[in-house]
Design a protein around this ligand. Structure first.
Ligand code: PEP
Length: 254
């Protein structure tokens, strides 16, 4: 079954790159990934770069994702962006529940339970991020945390639609720290997440793509991406350089 899932390598720029810097990046990235096959590629960019990146990547294999989205279509939510606004720009998807949004901006599972189905209904592919803190891992609470996040955040997604969600397992202690989960830790957590989805729908469990995120670099990508349940990577720091990101994409290619 695993071979039927096309891996996805997504670069999360976080709050980096002005439009001018983004243009330079995409012009460097496109030729480097144009001939790779068997892998989907996405860049998750700041709102202000979305229109330019959708235009510049049009017709290429690179998809453009936003990094957050509000669950309501419109309203008195100063500073927020809605699914119809993203869809009108022809953005392909959206990262939801990144640990930085959860920790720094009070993103809740309750909001995510609304955001994921709203994104799907708008034709946006959601990448739902889940993962435990170092304290939770040390306390043996990793599975409890993952069960809670996957259960709550996907509660309102119909079983038939679960396979269209991308889940990123991102142990918080590995994000931006240079500490990478061991292949065993990553495989174990991701297989556990897949089993949670399988418990709802065997078909969705086989379809759902589950990425690893946390200090993925060109040097460690191949080992992580070779693991049976890992269907790609969500890459932060190493995605900011087009050459380095393209090497990670190459590691996932068929
Ligand atoms: C991330 O931002 O989702 C991430 C995994 O960051 P990094 O690759 O820098 O650890």
């Amino acid at each position: 079954m695993a071979s039927e899932r096309v891996p996805l390598v997504a670069g999360n720029w976080k709050m980096h790159k002005t439009e001018e810097e983004a243009e330079q990046y995409i012009q460097a990235l496109l030729p480097r990934v144009s001939s790779v096959s068997g892998v989907d590629v996405a860049i998750c960019v700041p709102f202000t770069d979305l229109r330019a990146m959708v235009d510049s990547a049009r017709g290429s294999r690179v998809e453009v994702y936003a990094q957050n989205m509000h669950q309501e279509a419109q309203g008195a939510f100063t500073g927020e962006i809605s699914a119809p606004m993203l869809a009108e720009l022809a953005v392909h998807g959206v990262v939801l529940g990144h640990s930085e949004r959860r920790e720094l901006f009070a993103e809740t599972d309750r909001a995510l339970a609304q955001k994921v189905p709203v994104a799907l209904a708008a034709g946006l592919k959601p990448i739902l991020c889940v993962g435990e803190t170092e304290e939770e891992r040390d306390a043996g609470d990793t599975e409890r945390k993952l069960r809670h996040q996957v259960g709550e955040d996907l509660a309102a997604v119909a079983d038939a639609e679960l396979g269209a969600v991308v889940i990123a397992y991102e142990p918080i202690w590995a994000i931006g720290t240079g500490r990478v989960a061991t292949p065993e830790q990553a495989q174990e957590a991701i297989a556990f997440i897949r089993a949670l989805i399988e418990a709802r729908s065997a078909e969705a469990g086989a379809q759902v793509r589950i990425l690893y995120g946390g200090s993925v670099k060109p040097e460690n990508a191949a080992e992580l991406l070779a693991l049976p349940d890992i269907d790609g990577a969500l890459v932060g720091g190493a995605s900011l350089d087009a050459e380095s990101f393209a090497r990670i994409v190459g590691a996932a290619a068929a």
